[in-house]
Design a protein around this ligand. Sequence first.
Ligand code: NAD
Length: 497
Amino acid sequence: MPTNIHHWIDNTEFPGSGGEFAPITNPATGAITGRVALADVDDARAVIAAAAAAFPAWRDTSLAKRTTILFRFRELLNERKGELAEIITSEHGKVVPDALGEVSRGQEVVEFACGIPHLLKGGFTENASTNVDAFSIRQPVGPVGIISPFNFPAMVPMWFFPIAIAAGNTVVLKPSEKDPSASLWLARLWKDAGLPDGVFNVLQGDKTAVDELLENPSIKAISFVGSTPIAQYVYATGTAAGKRVQSLGGAKNHAIVLPDADLDLAADAMVNAGFGSAGERCMAISALVAVGGVADELVHKIAERTRTLTTGDGTAGADMGPLVTKEHRDRVSAYVDAGEAAGATIVVDGREVRPAGDAGGFWLGPTLIDNATTDMSIYTDEIFGPVLVVVRVDSYDEALELINANPYGNGTAIFTNDGGAARRFQNEVEVGMVGINVPIPVPMAYYSFGGWKNSLFGDTHAHGTEGVDFFTRAKAVTSRWLDPSHGGLNLGFPRNT
Ligand code: NAD
């Protein structure tokens, strides 16, 4: 019997109106394992109201008490993260070690947020004017909405909510309706850690829930992660409603391999970054730009490695799991058809995969495509599957031009042994996150995560100090304690003396 996955308010499951539901499938079998509630407007308002009601008390809770809860949350997460990884695998399909990796990267943000007392420290200037002190403080913005994609059901929400909560905000998380169970597991963990009612809430649903978060005046800020068209919509709608919005979109990440690179290192990296999590990562390398005469040998090395990968059930030791839904698998597979029809060379064909798993799973094996050109849809579009396309160019300049002309600017990497070339690349490339001999350069929690161009709309990136800035408002205070020498009327603009 499939279980119902509900909303979460005041540290309790909230069934809501019980109107519409959407099915949840296990991608490795195709079986329906649950159904998730799709909020109507009243459900959304009820969840938002809980976050709004909890805000005044949480905002005034001391940093000492807030951080005690955060430390407890971190300890519980660390002890029990295996449970969360299994939940992720059962709804997303990624293999369990990869799911554990995602939880660990989220945990790093929790650890960063445990240092919030230091991060919130303002500046203080004594005697800015005679007997006048000036100082700055940062205050929480209020109830905030976090809207997350299917591909990281734990890590992406954790890019935001540990910092939001640590800084004194209350949260409504709207997870992807494709894999919503991780959100409830995290909500229960907050309860176990002692978080007061209403500080962390979950709203299940689709566009209706998102639109209410964007329009409802109680919500003061929105962190969104998803595909570019929806990210643009969320940014435009949320800012028009007067909210602070950071909206992270899609990607097409290129890796350049220069002729002097260590080709074995580069080939390993391309396979890991192209096919890990079945390519359903916003930082996956999906376009390999082979410079000069490097392509033949490099493609050969990648193909050799790709053919050794096993595709199968993520709980049973396979290298790569299924795709998230049947529709998504079919869409990715259609891109491979289109590339073939357009004249690209299919070097390893994932459509012929023999999975180690149930025939009902949403399988597509790792696919390597050579001789792609920039007019083919396999190059222009974000495919978001296990498809690595190779574009051959003659020079570094041509490779750089290709990347900088691309509308996305999330992640990129260069493989070379030439420090000067790497340095030039980090300086010239118009992309937000750059790897040098590192294929998936996801910044550490204490730096900030975010792309450029169509990969991010807004001014601040996720986590790190930019995350703290996003979830707080700055206030500058000028103060004087009574001193008779400063009395008297003066209508002039205040001057420092
Ligand atoms: P998606 O855009 O379909 O969904 C993201 C969120 O938006 C979900 O919560 C969904 O319920 C909601 N949503 C969907 N349609 C909507 C609509 N019409 N109106 C309002 N809300 C809507 O994305 P996805 O398929 O879940 O995730 C994959 C995408 O996310 C890829 O494009 C990937 O590159 C991107 N992504 C980007 C980053 C990043 O850091 N830039 C990280 C992870 C994923």
